[in-house]
Unconditional design. Structure first.
Length: 409
């Protein structure tokens, strides 16, 4: 689906969609609980449905209606399972350890860039604990054996998703375990969200610091307890409308928790630092990689050079977000330079219009739609259906606020 967006101004109030990260975490925890849980206020998306499907493949029963997921936990895991992770890196990295802890021989599938996204820490550590993989990387990936407790050495600067996966799985093992980080943990707020979700379902994990690096101590033999919980709104999605407002629109976003553990709440502070004068900013995105595309749009309109730093991990997202964000926004009049771990953003008066190819990256689609508001001419976004990965109703909300566009194909 290609969309032609016309310059306009957004005005009104919307509800932020539910946090995708929290929704996935709650569904997985509920699937591991002995009983029935209800998770309400879920805005369904492709990634959330994929996570639910993965847990159904492992024996859970999940029914969704009107934003509520009713989850009956796994009673007896199957001996074998086929798990299609589609394009969801979180599902793949969360569920590999869970399936291993359950002792289910599993084959994992994926598409688009997912087969190229790294799972190296698991391939290295799990064979030491009774689990084997064939082949040694890529998808489809077959895994067999049952994960045993012990010490797991994990890099903290590849993806926090590996730590989350282990924190879900290790309470199911018979003995106690420790996850020791060998480098500084980036995207720590996502692990904090994991700990928050686990606590709601009765799982206790102790975080410690050892020589400046984090480690997580996990008691084995714990039981997940069913829980009824409502999912809070997603700051990473609200960020698009916060930036639109900073650039002249007037949007109020509801359904957000001001005391959230979500790292992406940082968008509020970054915009505040710019002020009405639109002062340039330097944003360290080690903990907030999902904000990079929309922060780049914001940086185009600051009164001086803005910088995004500590962003090397963006190269292994749905796209090479560093290179692709720069390339696509430059195609419509931006002045952005991409380095190995940074973006330099020079100010412009307006975007010039043109064509954006988001490379199937949902966050580039939505960022381009916000950029189009401040353009001299229309912006055509190719493959705009990529928003279904995380925010299927994005263009409905955009239109309800006065955004002007037409669907071309």
């Amino acid at each position: 689906m290609d969309i032609k967006i016309y310059p306009s101004k957004l005005i009104g109030t919307i509800n932020a969609p539910s946090s995708k990260a929290y929704s996935q975490r709650m569904i997985i925890a509920a699937a591991l609980a002995d009983g029935v849980s209800e998770i309400s206020n879920i805005t369904a998306s492709n990634d959330i449905n994929v996570s639910a499907g993965a847990m159904e493949a492992l024996g859970a029963s999940i029914f969704s209606e009107d934003g509520t997921f009713t989850v009956k936990g796994i009673k007896a895991p199957p001996q074998k399972a086929e798990i299609d992770c589609c394009e969801s890196g979180a599902t793949l990295r969360f569920v590999i350890p869970v399936a291993a802890a359950l002792g289910t021989s599993s084959t994992f599938y994926g598409r688009a860039k997912l087969p190229q996204r790294p799972i190296t820490p698991y391939l290295r550590e799990f064979p030491k604990k009774g689990v084997s993989f064939e082949p040694q990387g890529g998808l489809p990936l077959h895994m067999s054996g049952k994960l045993s407790a012990g010490e797991f050495l994990m890099e903290g600067d590849i993806s926090s998703q590996f730590i989350t996966g282990l924190l879900y799985a290790l309470p199911l093992c018979e003995g106690d375990s420790v996850v020791r980080l060998t480098s500084v943990l980036q995207s720590k707020p996502y692990v904090d969200m994991t700990l928050s979700a686990l606590e709601k379902f009765g799982i206790a994990i102790e975080e410690k610091e050892n020589n400046g690096l984090l480690e997580y101590h996990v008691r084995g033999g714990q039981k997940y307890r069913p829980c009824n919980v409502s999912v809070e709104g997603d700051y990473s999605q609200a960020a698009f409308f916060y930036v639109a407002s900073a650039l002249g629109s007037e949007v109020m976003v509801r359904n957000l928790d001001p005391d959230t553990a979500q790292g992406d709440k940082a968008i509020v502070d970054i915009i505040d630092s710019c002020g009405k004068e639109m002062r340039p900013f330097t944003a360290d995105v080690g903990d907030i990689p999902d904000l990079v595309p929309i922060l780049t749009v914001l940086g185009c309109f600051t009164k001086g050079t803005s910088r995004i730093v500590n962003a090397a991990r963006l190269k292994i997202k749905e796209s090479d977000r560093l290179a692709d964000v720069a390339e696509q926004l430059n195609a419509i009049g931006g002045k952005i330079t991409a380095g190995d771990d940074f973006l330099n953003i020079e100010p412009i008066e307006k975007f010039t219009g043109g064509v954006v190819d988001p490379k199937n990256d949902h966050r580039i689609v939505m960022s381009a739609a916000i950029a189009a508001l401040s353009s001299e001419a229309p912006v055509i976004i190719k493959g705009a259906e990529a928003v279904n990965k995380s925010y299927p109703r994005f263009f409905e909300d955009y239109k309800s606020l006065g955004g002007k566009f037409e669907i071309l194909a």
